[in-house]
Design a protein around this ligand. Structure first.
Ligand SMILES: Cc1cc2nc3c(=O)[nH]c(=O)nc-3n(C[C@H](O)[C@H](O)[C@H](O)COP(=O)(O)O)c2cc1C
Length: 201
């Protein structure tokens, strides 16, 4: 029985690190990648974890940052404003890789980064930020909310738009392969460089 060769990163710690960031970057571009829709965990007001799906919008492997977008009226925006602790996790079945990233999230609402992210957003994404009333508001019936027209979205949506940049401080990579699972983790403190180690999967 022929078997695909083990991937080049299998016993290469730096290779695993590069593969993790490559897969995350691919997740931004490819809707079918498991890394396109990571779960984002934040800390609720009472200190309990809260988790939901977000679209991964940008990755900067050099800076070690991830970006997603949200409505600044949402619970997650309030949670990040209160305590920036964020964790993102995704699994991609095609590559059998799980990536977990932990770090500090920063909300960008009225700066150049938010402007550029808004400018790069698709018209159909922009419309969501103009929803009235705001996300999470209790309503009398399922459809008792309004979305703006595409031409109204820039004016109505932009004030509610936020880009969140997570500066990753811990990255956990898990590769599943019957011939030998591999798990590695990298940490960095402040401006220090990354230090990585193998872990038992
Ligand atoms: C496929 C999918 C993609 C989503 N992408 C986003 C996103 O990029 N940003 C966002 O704020 N919410 C996104 N959501 C909605 C959130 O998962 C969540 O339901 C909503 O934002 C409310 O979360 P919160 O009350 O914790 O703020 C997405 C949901 C799904 C199912």
């Amino acid at each position: 029985m022929s078997r695909a060769p083990l991937p080049a990163f299998h016993d290469d710690l730096d290779g695993c690190f590069a593969q993790a960031w490559r897969l995350l970057a691919e997740g931004v571009e490819r809707g079918r990648s498991g890394f396109h829709l990571p779960a984002l965990a934040t800390l609720g007001a009472a200190g309990a974890p809260r988790v939901r799906t977000v679209v991964l919008r940008a990755v900067d492997p050099g800076a070690g940052t991830l970006r997603f977008h949200c409505d600044r009226r949402s619970d997650k925006a309030a949670e990040i404003a209160r305590n920036g602790a964020c964790a993102l996790m995704a699994y991609d079945g095609a590559t059998t890789v799980q990536i977990r990233a932990e770090g500090l999230g920063t909300l960008h609402t009225d700066d150049a980064l938010a402007d550029a992210a808004w400018a790069g957003a698709q018209p159909m994404s922009r419309v969501c930020y103009g929803t009235a009333p705001g996300p999470g508001t209790a309503i009398s019936a399922g459809g008792a909310y309004a979305l703006p027209d595409a031409d109204e979205a820039p004016a109505l949506g932009r004030p509610h738009f936020a880009a969140v940049v997570v500066r990753v401080a811990a990255l956990d990579f898990l590769y599943l392969d019957r011939r030998g699972h591999r798990r590695a983790r990298w940490d960095r403190a402040g401006a220090e460089p990354w230090t990585g180690r193998w872990l038992v999967p």
